[in-house]
Design a protein around this ligand. Structure first.
Ligand SMILES: *[C@@H]1O[C@H](CO)[C@@H](O)[C@H](O)[C@H]1NC(C)=O
Ligand SMILES: *[C@@H]1O[C@H](CO)[C@@H](O)[C@H](O)[C@H]1NC(C)=O
Ligand SMILES: *[C@@H]1O[C@H](CO)[C@@H](O)[C@H](O)[C@H]1NC(C)=O
Ligand SMILES: *[C@@H]1O[C@H](CO)[C@@H](O)[C@H](O)[C@H]1NC(C)=O
Ligand SMILES: *[C@@H]1O[C@H](CO)[C@@H](O)[C@H](O)[C@H]1NC(C)=O
Ligand SMILES: *[C@@H]1O[C@H](CO)[C@@H](O)[C@H](O)[C@H]1NC(C)=O
Ligand SMILES: *[C@@H]1O[C@H](CO)[C@@H](O)[C@H](O)[C@H]1NC(C)=O
Length: 604
């Protein structure tokens, strides 16, 4: 986290898109002749509202509304959308946000959906004019706060969990996340390149003394060849039996500038069938939807968007591929909004959330971010039902809840508080790193009520060993807590398995090895929420333990030492399962919002 990770051009790119959209068409509608005579980036340099006889301050409300009505109508025309797209592309190149090819392709990919989403949100006369003229002229409610409704009944008394009796049954759960298979991975290609993703044919050949892509994967901005994914599954299958599997999304590679719907679906199909083939028909896999499953990346229109622009193309294919694992009622909600619930065993249920409905990066939420698809209200309903039945619930999802939009995150935290005795496991991925986020009681913020596990990725992106996680969960018996008792992390040590490849003789069937077992590494009896709270305090009082965590966080592949502001940032992340706390932590320590921005930016 120490470095600002400049390899992801996406956030600045979208900002640019938004800024240009707000400014260009306004000018266009005032001076259409000039506009068409001098299209493209010239607008950027020429833009000066004062020169046009008005400034934002004396823009009257009716004038503003008229202007934005014209803008919205103008944007319906393809030529205007085209003009905006060209301006964005040119600016992207000039501002060196990315390589020319990347700028071009990313603009093409984003323009239609993003323009449409902006049109229905920021450029809506009421929203835009509330922002530009003042609250009297409209209502600005993009990302406005909202509250879910909890049932009236009282919260049942809480009994602190105790470790199970020795010899009690345990469940072994395989956990896979962030596979990021790169179909165009090419051994020997450049591992350093200017695009956001390297080690592919288009990355070119490495220059003198530079590194080339390895046989099993590469430390760098690279994703994985299929053989590494297969090797993982073969190893994991041998390591079984598995009681069940959680798989929290992000199948495609990080070539976000050049993805098509057909490719995304092909990758979904290939990896889903590979998992099925290797783990066998008797192991049930519970998948969740990642932010990379769609194209453009992060684009997950909630159900209020219909037709070809909706996510129907994706959820439909998922329901087909995952039908061997999920019953029909689950497939039904999956088709609707990319989320579902299933009973795993009597007494244990899983809820798979579509965390794209919580993400700032999902630009569709500018249109309406109030509990998209009613997902959280649905979750409350499920949890209430489980509470009444005495059933325990595990929640799985891709993006950790502490990185969500403010209101979503606040509501989720509130729900975890209310149902702390029902939700006994929360499992996420997305950051590619081995981390966790704490949940405390809302009254005192001192008693740990839950922990969201954030598991390391399968992919190497960026600079990591490939890896997977195993959870050991209190087992299938009456009165089981269904809490995580321990977990293990396995890696493929690339330093070791790629070495002989220099001689043109790569290691065959490489062994994935245990990196660490949590209770052993940290000397804890169990991995309950209270144990994690203790661990967090130990990080503060004993830097040796924190540095060990830092090493494991990167799956045992060296990273610079983490001291002072780096350490503070990490501690803020770990203790804040709610995004407003993370922001507060940021401000308290004088990072002025930079820390939160860096955390959000870490992955495209
Ligand atoms: C807006 O203010 C500028 C000076 O700031 C002035 O030149 C211009 O005439 C004003 N326009 C309108 C429509 O009042
Ligand atoms: C949501 O609930 C909290 C506390 O119960 C309250 O402070 C807040 O104002 C509510 N927000 C909205 C938008 O109703
Ligand atoms: C890689 O690129 C070379 C030329 O740059 C081309 O001949 C070759 O077919 C490409 N390979 C693949 C697998 O695309
Ligand atoms: C799957 O389970 C069935 C029934 O328990 C058993 O007959 C079959 O051999 C199992 N298949 C595999 C591949 O383990
Ligand atoms: C649906 O949208 C995709 C992606 O924008 C496009 O490629 C496809 O042609 C569209 N299909 C129809 C029937 O409009
Ligand atoms: C946004 O969505 C919520 C929940 O689906 C709905 O109640 C609300 O009316 C919507 N707001 C607008 C402005 O459409
Ligand atoms: C990976 O292998 C190298 C070379 O044998 C070794 O130095 C390193 O400690 C190993 N890393 C881990 C995490 O085991």
């Amino acid at each position: 986290m120490g470095s600002p990770l400049r390899w992801c051009p996406l956030p600045s790119f979208l900002l640019l898109f938004g800024a240009l959209l707000v400014t260009t068409p306004l000018l266009g509608s005032c001076h259409p002749a000039q506009m068409s005579a001098r299209p493209g980036p010239v607008i950027l340099e020429r833009f000066n509202p004062n020169a046009l006889g008005f400034n934002w301050r004396n823009l009257t409300c009716p004038l503003c509304k008229t202007l934005f009505t014209i803008v919205d109508i103008a944007l319906l025309s393809d030529t205007n959308a085209e003009r905006v797209a060209r301006a964005v592309e040119e600016a992207c190149i000039r501002l060196h946000l990315a390589e020319e090819v990347v700028c071009h392709e990313i603009t093409e990919l984003f323009r239609d959906d993003f323009i449409r989403a902006l049109q229905e949100s920021l450029l809506w006369p009421s929203e835009a004019c509330a922002l530009l003229v003042g609250p009297a002229c409209g209502k600005f409610d993009i990302y406005a706060p909202w509250n879910i409704t909890l049932p009236k009944g009282p919260k049942p008394p809480v009994t602190p969990p105790s470790p199970p009796k020795p010899g009690s049954p345990q469940s072994r759960v395989l956990f896979l996340t962030d596979v990021h298979w790169d179909r165009e991975y090419q051994v020997g290609s450049a591992a350093d390149c200017k695009e956001p993703l390297c080690c592919r044919n288009s990355s070119g050949t490495p220059s003198w003394r530079r590194r080339g892509a390895g046989y099993w994967g590469t430390y760098g901005k690279c994703d994985l060849p299929l053989r590494t994914v297969e090797s993982l599954l073969e190893n994991a299958a041998r390591d079984g039996p598995w009681d069940w599997v959680y798989w929290t999304g992000d199948i495609p590679a990080h070539n976000i500038w050049s993805q098509t719907r057909d490719q995304q679906l092909m990758e979904l199909t290939v990896i889903s069938r590979l998992v099925h083939k290797h783990l066998g028909p008797n192991v049930t896999v519970y998948p969740a939807v990642g932010n990379h499953e769609s194209t453009p990346v992060n684009s997950f229109p909630p159900p209020f968007i219909h037709g070809n622009r909706s996510s129907g193309w994706l959820y439909g294919a998922m329901a087909e591929e995952w039908a061997p694992w999920l019953p029909e009622p689950a497939l039904k909600t999956l088709r609707y909004g990319g989320f579902y619930t299933v009973e795993i065993q009597p007494g244990l249920r899983v809820v798979s959330l579509n965390m794209n409905f919580c993400a700032r990066e999902n630009f569709w939420l500018m249109v309406n971010s109030t509990d998209p698809a009613n997902q959280l209200q649905w979750l409350v309903h499920i949890l209430q039902d489980s509470e009444e039945k005495g059933e325990k619930v595990h929640i799985i999802g891709h993006i950790p809840p502490g990185l969500c939009l403010g209101s979503w995150s606040w509501n989720y935290y509130h729900i975890i508080n209310r149902y702390e005795s029902t939700v006994t496991g929360q499992f996420f991925g997305h950051t590619h790193l081995d981390e966790f986020q704490m949940f405390y009681d809302e009254e005192t913020m001192t008693r740990a009520v839950g922990v969201a596990f954030v598991a390391p990725s399968v992919t190497t992106y960026v600079n990591l060993n490939p890896g997977y996680r195993v959870y050991i969960v209190d087992g299938n018996y009456k009165g089981s807590s269904r809490l995580v008792l321990d977990h293990e992390t396995y890696i493929l040590n690339l330093t070791e398995v790629n070495r002989p490849e220099v001689l043109g003789n790569p290691v065959q069937d490489p062994k994935w090895t245990l990196l660490y077992r949590a209770t052993e590494a940290y000397g804890l009896p169990t991995m309950f929420p209270s144990d994690y709270d203790l661990l967090l305090r130990t990080f503060i009082s004993n830097d040796r333990v924190f540095q060990k965590f830092w090493y494991l966080r990167h799956k045992g592949h060296g990273s610079e030492v983490c001291k002072e502001s780096c350490k503070t940032t990490i501690l803020c992340f770990l203790q804040s399962g709610r995004s407003d706390q993370l922001e507060q932590c940021d401000l308290i320590h004088g990072f002025q919002g930079n820390m939160v921005r860096a955390l959000r930016k870490t992955l495209c």
